[in-house]
Structures are given as structure tokens and as C-alpha cells.
Design a protein. Sequence first.
Length: 109
Amino acid sequence: MFALADSSVPTVYITVPRDVAAPLAADLVERRLAACVNRLDCQSTYRWDGDVVHDEAEVVLLAKTTDDAYDDLVAFVEREHPYDVPCIERFDDADALPAFADWLDDAVA
């Protein structure tokens, strides 16, 4: 078992079209809104405008950020995201190694 970090390390779950994923992830890191963004291909099924959309190719972005940068990250994603209603979900209480939390704080600062 490892020791938990003293600071919160929120992970932000974002879904985007495939053509937007790489540039958005790079922008989040370059602007120091996230220390790291993982990109995972997925197929989504959801209801939109009364219809069920099947097999929409998307990418899940998992952005590692800080409490201080979270609001700016959300504002940036809302502004740059092509969807009318983007999926932006925050997961807290991540069990992070202290060294990782320290690196993340430094990368986002």
C-alpha cells in the first residue's frame, strides 16, 4: 500500500469527437490546466434530441488537474468543445502517490 497525497488530485472525464481529442489534450497541458491527459478511444450510445445515437466514435479524455486549475479547465473545455452539451465530469479523492501529486502540482502551476 502507498501513502496518499495530502492534496486533492481531481481527474476530469471529458468525451470529445476523435478529431478534437489530440489538439484539446495538448492545449490543456500547454496552458497548464492539466498536467497530463490520457486519451482513450470509445464507442458511445446516447439519447439526443429524442433519438438514440448508436456507435458514435468518441475519445475519453482523462485530465489530471488541481483544485486551483479545475474551474479554468472547465471554462476552457466549455468554450472550445464542439458539442452543445459537453460531458465534463469531475472525479475526486484519487489515491495518488505523493510524488505524483507533487509532480502534478508543479506541472499545472
